[in-house]
Ligand binder design. Structure first.
Ligand code: GDD
Ligand code: MG
Length: 354
């Protein structure tokens, strides 16, 4: 039994001003025909899986329910978090709810905001990983890195577990988001993958490992899910607010993957991108002859390597290069494409002036 768990509770602030607290990145149609959440689910078509479990913030319940309906997933499986406590607790809630009726499914934990170009390769990696997860490993999908990115966790592979092209390795170590110099040494060594943030393990195995390393998180999630209410009229599973607020905040990477002795890595080479910035979105978008990626009503003259996205008003740009211009109803972003990580300065400013 393979149960996809879709983590959809992030804020996606690096894609401001399109991505907002009320409408974060995973619910936007940024690439492809559907929203990123919808793409995450439809990408699984053809695999032998249970109906996916989506875990998101309570505020986004109608958005998620509507987006699932649009792709004919009348999921009764939407867990609502009253507050965000990061991915370790989110996966714990999903695992606890998955074992509630005495089963112990394999969880395929996916982020709701990634782009994957090569679906057959992705499906093959999932099928490749499944027996390892069934045997009690915590499998992480490792992306062959193309540069010293600092927005990703890194996995140093250990021993090869099999011969052949698909590959599977033990994990020597896990390093969450290193600095640039460190990342460069990792790339040079050829021994590292990017952590895709996608995992596969048995529900009970995850809970056991979480209990070893973060018993406080496990205990808080057990209390929060024990007093869960399922909405009769809606498809939501509501987690107890007071109990979940008391849960410590941590990512699955820090809380479990870095510490467990049973981690392993299955390489994934499938055109993966976590679309963590406007330049990453430019990279995966279709471009014109001058390498401009354009959405909406845009006029260009002598412009190249730009990303321009406009909701309503027409945008005209002349004699510019390497610019990102994002025009929404109430805000316009103009930023150098090599400085897009600094969007967080804008978000910090807005938070401090809210
Ligand atoms: N339900 C829920 N609740 N989902 C959450 C929460 C939460 O509190 N926090 C984050 N998420 C979801 C996000 O929506 C996203 O889909 C996923 O979990 C990962 O969270 P991010 O906040 O995007 O993590 P990251 O990108 O900084 O880092 C992780 O992903 C990288 C790859 O994209 C790490 O796993 C890195 O090691 C990894 O390289
Ligand atoms: Mg991310």
């Amino acid at each position: 039994m393979l149960l996809p768990v879709i983590m959809a509770g992030g804020t996606g602030s690096r894609l401001w001003p399109m991505s907002r607290e009320l409408y974060p990145k995973q619910f936007l149609r940024l690439h492809g025909d559907y929203s990123m959440l919808q793409e995450t689910i439809t990408r699984l078509d053809g695999l032998s899986i249970e109906s996916p479990l989506v875990i998101c913030n309570e505020e986004h319940r109608f958005l998620v329910a509507e987006q699932l309906r649009q792709i004919d997933h009348l999921s009764k499986n939407i867990i609502l978090e009253p507050v965000g406590r990061n991915t370790a607790p989110a996966i714990a809630l999903a695992a606890l709810s998955a074992i509630a009726n005495g089963e112990d499914p394999i969880l395929l934990v996916l982020a709701a905001d990634h782009v994957i170009e090569n679906n057959p390769a992705f499906h093959a990696a999932i099928q490749h990983a499944q027996p390892y997860a069934e045997a009690g490993n915590l499998v992480t999908f490792g992306i062959v890195p193309t540069g010293p990115e600092t927005g990703y966790g890194y996995i140093q592979r250990g021993d090869a577990l099999e011969q052949g092209t698909a590959g599977a390795f033990t994990v020597h170590r896990f390093v969450e988001k290193p600095n640039k110099e460190t990342a460069e040494t990792y790339i040079a060594s050829g021994e590292y993958y990017w952590n895709s943030g996608m995992f596969m393990f048995r529900a009970q195995k995850y809970l056991t490992e979480l209990g070893k390393y973060r018993p406080d998180i496990l205990a808080a999630c057990q209390k929060a899910i024990a007093s869960t209410q399922t909405d009769a009229s809606q498809e939501f599973i509501r987690v107890n607010k007071a109990e979940f607020i008391a849960c410590p905040d941590d990512s699955v990477d820090y809380a479990v993957m870095e510490k467990t002795a049973d981690a392993m890595v299955v390489p994934l080479d499938a055109g993966w991108n976590d679309v963590g910035s406007w330049s990453a979105l430019w990279e995966v978008s279709e471009k014109d002859d001058n390498n401009n990626a354009l959405t909406g009503d845009v006029f260009l003259h002598n412009a190249e390597n730009c990303y321009i996205n406009t909701d309503e008003k027409m945008v005209a740009a002349v004699g510019v290069e390497n610019l990102v211009i994002v025009n929404t109803k109430d805000a316009v972003l103009i930023i150098d494409k090599s400085k897009v990580q600094d969007v967080k300065k804008v978000v910090e400013y807005l938070k401090s002036h809210a």
